[in-house]
Ligand binder design. Structure first.
Ligand code: GRF
Length: 195
């Protein structure tokens, strides 16, 4: 069974979608540990409530990355938990060498746009401002280039007349909650040599 480590910084709605799929027997995977860069993040409360092992990083002095020693410790926690694939679910730090080297080609992320369009922060706002007819979400492998790794799956979301950033983001999140478990299901089958 594919062993996952989930990392998130906030609400963790993608974590919930993945955990629900596993708990309902729809995704043959196991969540070994849930980690966050904030020890008081709601995602950790939800993980605790569901009985998963949790880990909160010590406070970082940076906003968009972690100190190398904090990231090294996080990588060690995931290794100790025998994690095979690291699932970023709203983890708002740039992944650097400590995690990339501990999990080479084994970290995946979900991004709220149809990559390679609208990399970076608040991608749904970027899409709205660019006036595109559709946007969506992408699950991709993580490498040293931000939002730049190979694409594993995408789901389109049309931009509607009169959309606000909030409404568009909410619909993209609904698509994310379908896409992430579906991509993981495919990955889990590949892991077992079924596809
Ligand atoms: C999602 O929109 C995801 O695309 C982005 O961060 C957000 C996380 O949301 N990477 P949640 O914490 O899973 O609710």
């Amino acid at each position: 069974m594919l062993k996952l480590g989930v990392l998130g910084s906030g609400r963790g709605s993608n974590f919930v979608a993945i955990a629900d799929a596993i708990e309902a027997g729809k995704l043959d995977a196991e969540i070994r540990v849930v980690g966050s860069d904030f020890s008081d993040a709601p995602i950790l409360d939800e993980a605790r409530r569901r009985g998963y092992e949790v880990y909160g990083c010590p406070k970082s002095q940076f906003k968009t990355k972690l100190e190398p020693e904090i990231e090294t410790e996080l990588a060690q926690v995931l290794l100790d938990a025998k994690v095979e694939v690291v699932v970023l679910a709203g983890f708002m730090r740039v992944i650097k060498a400590p995690l990339l080297e501990a999990f080479p080609k084994r970290i995946i992320n979900i991004h709220p746009s149809l990559l390679p369009d609208f990399k970076g922060l608040e991608a749904w706002k970027q899409a709205l401002e660019a006036g595109v007819a559709e946007t969506g979400c992408t699950v991709h492998w993580v490498n040293e280039e931000i939002d730049g790794g190979a694409i594993l799956g995408q789901e389109k979301v049309p931009v509607e007349e009169g959309d606000t950033a909030e409404r568009l983001h909410a619909r993209i999140q609904v698509a994310e909650h379908e896409l992430y478990p579906a991509v993981l299901k495919h990955l889990a089958a590949q892991w077992k040599g079924e596809v």
